[in-house]
Design a protein around this ligand. Structure first.
Ligand code: URA
Length: 191
């Protein structure tokens, strides 16, 4: 599986389907498969930010550090999980990816999930939640249940950037903590 992942990564690294993103990115951020297939848990974020764009790895900036901490607090570890994004190239200024960019990148995430075959997916933020559940979904409505999406089981939660924006006492931080605990309990029940 890791060979196929590397082949996919090599394909994605030369992708120019989104002319603007291809022109402004430093590195394509294919994602991190974690221990490989079948994966227990895979996080899906929105798109790389500045630090990810420079490093070529997902969630290595502030949002990633918070994610790592929250994982630890829930009894899990970053090394045990896969981490990928809906869009593999940084949108300039960290703007939200357009619907067109999401559509062009869609086959890559589909192939990644096919390779990883996760038991559970945690969608971080509305772009990832909408990728699985459709664009009419709201985060408030989608949280706290395990959604069946084709072969996948998906939990929806806030993006760590929202938790940072609203601060440690804000609702998104509490929700993220709750949802990661929920994910850990779900995984304990299915393994
Ligand atoms: N935000 C994301 O959605 N993904 C990253 O990789 C980093 C920040």
């Amino acid at each position: 599986m890791l060979t196929e992942w590397a082949e996919l990564a090599s394909e994605v690294s030369s992708c120019r389907a989104c002319a603007e993103l291809a022109a402004t990115r430093q590195k394509v951020v294919t994602g991190d498969p974690g221990p490989g297939a079948p994966a227990r848990l895979v996080f899906v974020g929105e798109a790389p930010g500045a630090q990810e764009d420079a490093a070529g790895r997902p969630f290595v900036g502030k949002a990633g550090q918070l994610l790592d901490q929250l994982l630890t607090d829930s009894g899990m570890a970053r090394a045990e999980v896969g981490v990928v994004n809906v869009v593999k190239c940084r949108p300039p200024g960290n703007r939200r990816p357009t619907a067109d960019e999401v559509a062009r990148c869609r086959p890559y995430l589909e192939r990644q999930l096919d390779l990883l075959r996760p038991r559970l997916i945690v969608a971080l933020g509305l772009t990832a939640v909408a990728w699985f559940l459709g664009r009419r979904t709201t985060l408030a409505a989608a949280r706290s249940v395990v959604h069946e999406v084709g072969a996948y089981r998906v939990i929806a939660t806030y993006h760590p950037s929202a938790a940072i924006r609203f601060g440690p006492a804000g609702a998104p931080m509490a929700a993220l903590r709750e949802d990661l605990d929920f994910a850990a309990r779900y995984l304990a029940g299915v393994s």
